[in-house]
Design a protein around this ligand. Structure first.
Ligand code: FES
Length: 107
C-alpha cells in the first residue's frame, strides 16, 4: 500500500491509502475527495481529474502520454508544468506517498 495526500486549494489536506495498481483518480473518487470528479472513469475523455503533482515529486512519476498531454490542454483550471490527469497516475514503488494539489475548479 502507498498513500496519496490531496491538498485542496484552500490548504486543507486529506491522506488516503491506495493500492499501487489503483489510479490516483480512483482513490480520490472512492474516498470522496472534493474537486476530483473523474466523470469518464479514467478513459481520457473528460479532464475532470486534473491535479498538480508536487514539484519535488514530478520526476517520481512517469511522464504523460501524448494523449494525456492533448487532453491537458482542455482543463478548465490553470494548466501548469506539473499538471497531470490523476486517472493516469499511480503511486509507483519506491515512492510511499504522492502529494497532489487539487485545482480550484475542474469545470
Ligand atoms: S477521469 Fe476522465 S480524463 Fe481522467
Amino acid at each position: 500500500m502507498a498513500q496519496v495526500r490531496f491538498v485542496q486549494h484552500d490548504g486543507s489536506e486529506k491522506c488516503v491509502e491506495v493500492q499501487r495498481d489503483v489510479s490516483v483518480m480512483l482513490a480520490a473518487v472512492r474516498s470522496g475527495i472534493r474537486g476530483i470528479d473523474g466523470e469518464c472513469g479514467g478513459c481520457l475523455d473528460c479532464a475532470t481529474c486534473h491535479v498538480y503533482v508536487d514539484e519535488g515529486q514530478a520526476s517520481s512519476v512517469p511522464p504523460p502520454s501524448e494523449e494525456e498531454l492533448e487532453l491537458l490542454s482542455a482543463v478548465s483550471g490553470e494548466r501548469k508544468p506539473n499538471s497531470r490527469l490523476s486517472c493516469q497516475l499511480k503511486v509507483l514503488a519506491p515512492l510511499k506517498e504522492l502529494v497532489v494539489r487539487v485545482p480550484a475548479r475542474q469545470s
